[in-house]
Design a protein around this ligand. Structure first.
Ligand SMILES: Cc1cc2nc3c(=O)[nH]c(=O)nc-3n(C[C@H](O)[C@H](O)[C@H](O)COP(=O)(O)O)c2cc1C
Length: 358
């Protein structure tokens, strides 16, 4: 876990991030929570792990971030801890920077007065689980005005665009997909909800990304996998890559040929092929593998870095290798930095092997 498709932790200095929720096996007292967090902070400090723990109404919600191998070791302990069960990992990815740099473990709990922070780290999300429910409800009600106000208020509280996308928008998309699968909402509701989340992604960009660098020389084609109708991840990426200064083109091809034709005409440095961020698409893996094979042949003299994304990869990045992609993104945020590095490496390889780089 917490590794990229090549089985490594990726760029030096990259931070692994894990968010999960779980159910407490017995309601902890204030003293229990104090003890748990006190010990956890000491161990997290030694491991250079930071994060936050929320306890509310019998449920835990925790985000942890740190060096991938350290976080792996800690996660093995936490998973086995008998104080909670029904553990559900909500997000797992690597990122260029921490959200909770000042907190060995920030405790948020509605049941007591022990919460320490007078000022929260600029990005520390509070009561994230409740926010997910609120955003899902606004999305299902197609209330774009309140969604924009909601995102703006989070920004004012100090949430970064990274936190809003990875801790809210992407988990909301998965919650909507699950609601549809459980027959708790109609397909129309799901479609409207995902479109609303797309707007929310746009609002993030508007409010939070003003300081992004705009000097990339790279180009990317953002495509949905042929036949894929959900485009939330792809549209959020468009904002992220545009803000990072990439030349961005988008494609919603209906066949491998259509995708290859566009690649051949544009010859971008990278292509991202997206599946649904809301739904599982395990059955699409063999099909995606064929698409990627086809894509690699589109312009053999101009190797293109290929990344894949979608719920399936958010939950198991190792599947990238099984479809032959160079990279699986577990979230939209940070993707431009990661892809820039992969393009740079690919250009270096090309110039070493003597073929003329562009
Ligand atoms: C919800 C929950 C969150 C926890 N978070 C942490 C944590 O962030 N850091 C930590 O060291 N231990 C945490 N623990 C405690 C660990 O599960 C474990 O008891 C502790 O790390 C000692 O591990 P060991 O028994 O493998 O030595 C948490 C436990 C629970 C129930």
């Amino acid at each position: 876990m917490l590794q990229d498709s090549n089985g490594s932790a990726g760029n030096e200095g990259w931070i692994a991030c894990l968010t999960y929720k779980s159910i407490a096996t017995a309601a902890p007292s204030v003293a229990d929570l104090h003890t748990l967090v006190g010990r956890a902070r000491a161990r997290n400090r030694k491991l250079s792990v930071t994060g936050m723990l929320l306890y509310e109404g019998g449920s835990f919600f925790q985000t942890l971030e740190g060096p991938p191998e350290k976080l792996d070791a800690l996660w093995s302990s936490i998973k086995q801890d008998p104080r909670h069960d029904h553990i559900e990992v909500l997000s797992e990815h690597v990122a260029p920077a921490r959200l909770f740099s000042d907190w060995d473990l920030l405790l948020q709990s509605r049941q007591d007065e022990l919460t320490p922070p007078a000022t929260v780290d600029r990005a520390a999300p509070q009561a994230v689980a409740g926010h997910i429910d609120s955003l899902v409800e606004l999305a299902l009600n197609a209330d774009d005005v309140r969604i924009n106000a909601f995102i703006a208020a989070l920004e004012d509280e100090g949430w970064t665009s990274h936190a809003i996308v990875t801790l809210l928008i992407e988990p909301c998309a998965r919650a909507l997909g699950d609601a549809w699968l459980a027959d708790d909402c109609s397909e129309l509701d799901l479609t409207i909800g995902l479109s609303m989340l797309q707007l929310a992604g746009h609002a993030v960009r508007h409010y939070a990304n003003a300081r992004s660098a705009r000097h990339s020389r790279y180009s990317i084609l953002l495509a949905t996998a042929p036949g894929e109708q959900h485009m939330l991840g792809t549209t959020i990426l468009a904002d992220q890559f545009t803000d990072a200064g990439w030349r961005v083109d988008m494609a919603f091809p209906d066949s491998d040929e259509a995708l290859s034709n566009q690649l051949n005409a544009q010859r971008p440095d990278a292509v991202d092929i997206g599946l649904s961020d809301a739904m599982q698409r395990l059955h699409a893996l063999p099909r995606l593998r064929a698409t990627i094979d086809h894509t690699r042949l589109a312009a053999p003299d101009h190797p293109t870095v290929i990344s894949v994304g979608g719920r399936m990869f958010a939950e198991a990045a190792a599947t990238a290798a099984s479809v032959g992609a160079d990279h699986a993104r577990m979230t939209a945020t940070g993707a431009s930095i990661r892809m820039a590095e992969l393009v740079r490496q690919s250009r270096k390889r090309r110039s070493k092997s003597g073929s003329s780089p562009q």
